[in-house]
Structure formats: structure tokens, C-alpha cells
Design a protein around this ligand. Structure first.
Ligand code: SAM
Length: 349
């Protein structure tokens, strides 16, 4: 049953509803092998995409139920025209304490200043390699220099707290861990190493390619000496660590060390389908009642009852499969073609 205590709405495992990831488009200008390896996809219908006003309306209702952190994502969020207008609408919602965006960086240089003046608080750039040739092989686009300019543009616009997210894949970029730590330090950012996940979209995933949290730490310890964990009370997915010289970095270990028990995140796709877990096969349609004129109370009740019934522990269940030797690709390409919302690029990572 849904319960509302001093912390807001809780799900069946006592987890509050706090983080909302809002995907604003399913389109992307890269084709990262771990996320969107195909060239063509079944795209969401344009007429189904929520307008900025519809997104704001839903976000306001979510905040009444406990959400205070919102992250814009995609696809590539900067492909959505006039994104600063949405940022302006959301930054005006008083309960949104943290308004962030995850981007691949390609278009950031030209938009960082407008996003900042519209009220965006923080930026995360997905950044998997320092080498342009590798970037081209991994993303099938020749945009490494644009991403570097984007990172510089974030700093020039005055953002602080820049994060660089790196999906670590064996044989692809796992020899760059220390180089990425050094690069992040130079640009006043913090790098977060993400274990390669077997989510929708990752149709080429194999367990052998996953570089585990333990292995990442071991490699960095070999290079830097002792790596100290930073103890903090947080539901954030990244565990943070400190090197001897004070440099910090994070690891997001969803594959080998899932954190479902503290997961307070849910995801709204660009067409208004609400997912309670990154691994969920089904979502809750919020667009239809919204466009049919449902009242604020009705929408709030729909969201509250969805969260109140939530029992998802997707990453833990995937890990359990490993013990019985059944962990493989989550959804085959045919399944993704039938339901584009299963894709990572549709539900926003
Ligand atoms: N286009 C934006 C970007 O590149 O940051 C936002 C969308 S992207 C789907 C969001 C995040 O999902 C990125 O940080 C990406 O690295 C991560 N991601 C996608 N597929 C993944 C996978 N198979 N394993 C781990 N992380 C993945």
C-alpha cells in the first residue's frame, strides 16, 4: 500500500519517490555500441511527445508526492528544440531542488550558456574515451572534438560540479581509467565509472565485457596506491572514492553490486510513459489521462498508487540470474523493435 509519512510517498519496500528522470526525446546524434548500436529504430511518434507545458504539469504533480530532483535526459536532450524553455519552466517549480541534465556533449558548447541562464543547476557529460579514433569506433560519429568543446563550454558558462560518466567496457576503454581520472581533474570534473549494464538497447552485452567495481578499484589502486571510500548518506547510484592527493571519483556498480534497496528513481519517457525501474518491461501511461483532461487529483492518485505498488528490484533480479548461469542480453533486437520504450535511449538511462 502507498504510505505517506514525513518523507512523502513510500513503495512496498519503503523507498521514497524522489528522483525523476525526464527523457525529452528518443533521438540521438551518436550510436554508442553499448546503448544504440543500430542505425535505425522504431521511433516514438512526434505527436505523442509531451509538450514542455505537459512535462511541467506532470513534474509539479510528482513534486507533490516527494520528487525534488529532476534530470533531463534522452536520447540526446539537446536535440529537443528550445530545451532552455523547458529548463525555465522546471526551474520555476519551487520544490525542484536539483535540476540536472545528462548529455553526450556534442551540442553543448553552443547551448551551455543558455541552459545556465535558464536555471539548469548541473550537467553530466557521457564521456567514454580520450581518443578520437576510439570515440569514432564506439559511437560511429566523428564528434570527439565537439564533445571536448562541450566540456569546455560547460565550464565557461559557469557551471560547477561537472560529472563525466564513463561506461567501462573490457577491450574498448578499460585501459583509460587513470587517464580519465587525470583528465577529469584537469577540467574540474569528477569521473564516474559505470559498469556495463545488460539493459534494453545493450543487444551486444556479454558478462565478459563487464569490468567490475572490484576490478576498477584494483586497477586504480595499482596505479595510485590506496583508494579510500568516501562515507556519505546518499541514495545516489555512485559510490565515491578519494585518491591520496585528494582527487575523487565515483563508481556506479549496477551490474555486480546493485543498489535497488535504496533506489528512489523513476523515469518518464518523452511520450509520457512512466517506468518504475530501468529494467521494467511495462510502464504506466500518463499521457492519455493528461490529454483526456484528467484533474490534478486524478493524476496524483494514479502516480501515488503506481509508486505505492512498486516492488521492482530489476538489477538485483538480473544479478540473481547470474548465479544460475542465465544472465545474457535482456531484450533481443526483435523485442526492441516491437516496443521502443524498452530501449535505454527511450527511457533515458
Ligand atoms: N544522450 C545522453 C548521454 O549520452 O548522456 C543521455 C542519454 S544516455 C541513454 C544516459 C546514460 O545511459 C549515459 O550516461 C550512458 O552512458 C548510459 N548507458 C546507456 N547504455 C548503457 C549500458 N548498456 N550500460 C551502462 N550505461 C549505459
Amino acid at each position: 500500500m502507498a504510505s505517506l509519512d514525513g518523507h512523502g510517498l513510500l513503495d512496498t519496500l519503503g523507498r521514497p519517490l524522489r528522483n525523476l528522470r525526464v527523457s525529452v526525446t528518443d533521438r540521438c546524434n551518436l550510436r554508442c555500441q553499448y546503448c544504440m548500436p543500430e542505425e535505425e529504430y522504431a521511433w516514438l511518434r512526434r505527436s505523442d511527445l509531451l509538450t514542455f507545458e505537459e512535462i511541467q504539469r506532470l513534474v509539479e504533480i510528482f513534486t507533490e508526492l516527494g520528487v525534488d530532483r529532476v534530470r533531463l535526459t534522452g536520447g540526446e536532450p539537446l536535440l529537443r528544440r528550445d530545451l532552455p524553455d523547458l529548463v525555465r519552466l522546471l526551474s520555476a517549480v519551487p520544490a525542484v531542488r536539483d535540476l540536472a541534465m545528462t548529455s553526450n556533449g556534442v551540442l553543448l558548447a553552443g547551448q551551455a550558456a543558455a541552459l545556465r541562464s535558464a536555471g539548469l543547476h548541473r550537467v553530466t557529460v557521457s564521456f567514454d574515451t580520450l581518443r578520437p579514433d576510439r570515440f569514432r569506433a564506439l559511437t560511429r560519429r566523428d564528434e570527439h572534438a565537439a564533445v571536448m568543446r562541450g566540456i569546455e563550454g560547460v565550464r565557461a558558462a559557469g557551471f560547477t560540479g561537472l560529472k563525466l560518466d564513463t561506461v567501462v567496457i573490457r577491450g574498448v576503454n578499460d585501459d583509460e581509467l587513470a587517464d580519465l581520472v587525470e583528465f577529469a581533474r584537469r577540467v574540474d570534473a569528477e569521473v564516474r565509472f559505470i559498469e556495463y549494464m545488460d539493459v534494453g538497447g545493450a543487444t551486444h552485452w556479454s558478462r565478459e565485457q563487464v569490468v567490475s567495481r572490484a576490478e576498477i578499484l584494483e586497477r586504480l589502486e595499482r596505479r595510485y596506491g590506496q583508494v579510500a571510500p568516501i562515507r556519505e548518506h546518499s541514495s545516489a547510484p555512485a559510490e565515491r572514492f578519494r585518491l591520496g592527493d585528494g582527487t575523487t571519483f565515483g563508481i556506479i556498480a549496477s551490474t555486480t553490486t546493485p543498489f535497488c534497496r535504496t533506489c528512489d528513481r523513476s523515469r518518464l519517457t518523452a511520450d509520457g510513459t512512466w517506468y518504475l525501474c530501468l529494467y521494467a518491461q511495462r510502464g504506466i501511461d500518463l499521457r492519455t489521462p493528461l490529454r483526456d483532461g484528467a484533474s490534478r487529483d486524478t493524476l496524483r492518485a494514479l502516480i501515488a498508487s503506481g509508486w505505492g505498488r512498486r516492488r521492482d528490484r530489476g538489477a538485483e533480479e538480473r544479478k540473481d540470474l547470474e548465479a544460475i548461469g542465465h544472465r545474457g542480453v535482456l531484450v533481443q533486437i526483435e523485442g526492441l523493435r516491437q516496443d521502443p520504450r524498452l530501449e535505454m535511449h527511450t527511457r533515458g538511462g
